[in-house]
Design a protein. Structure first.
Length: 157
């Protein structure tokens, strides 16, 4: 039986990075999760029932963000049990954090790919998920100084 792999990322650049892995999706029983925005609706047409959406939220909206994050935590829990992945692959950011925590609690393996955008500083999500990840991949060799147990994977693009 094929491994169940959940690919998850926030919308924008993180999703664009994650979608560089599309060539390997069909090797697995995969699902894709991102935030629901107008720019992402095409994913439903392309991936049908394999794509799921969380509520779009940004820390720039300080009054609504905590409520959206809480709602996404509950929705992530529901999606985890629906999909029941063996692996969670993510490029971050806040959308992926709750799912990775849930996955770790229930025994799924976490593969985190630190963003291409950071060459010499840790991301907040990277700091949080580094200790939880079963495989932590950096795209720049310089990042190995910050994450000594990481794997240098090269550029995802």
């Amino acid at each position: 039986m094929s491994k169940r792999v959940l690919f998850i990322a926030s919308t924008g650049g993180h999703l664009k990075e994650l979608m560089q892995l599309v060539k390997i999706f069909d090797k697995y029983d995969y699902s894709l999760i991102t935030e629901k925005t107008k720019s992402n609706l095409y994913l439903k047409d392309k991936y049908k029932d394999r794509v799921h959406f969380l509520i779009y939220g940004t820390k720039d909206h300080i009054l609504t963000y905590p409520f959206k994050l809480l709602a996404n935590c509950f929705k992530s829990l529901w999606l985890f049990f629906k999909i029941h992945p063996d692996y969670v692959v993510t490029t971050g950011v806040h959308t992926a954090g709750p799912m990775c925590c849930i996955a770790k609690i229930f025994g799924a393996k976490i593969i985190y790919i630190e963003t291409f955008a950071n060459i010499s500083t840790k991301t907040i999500t990277g700091k949080l998920l580094y200790p939880l990840s079963d495989l932590f991949i950096v795209q720049w060799e310089s990042m190995l100084k910050l994450y000594p147990d990481a794997t240098y994977g090269g550029w995802i693009f």
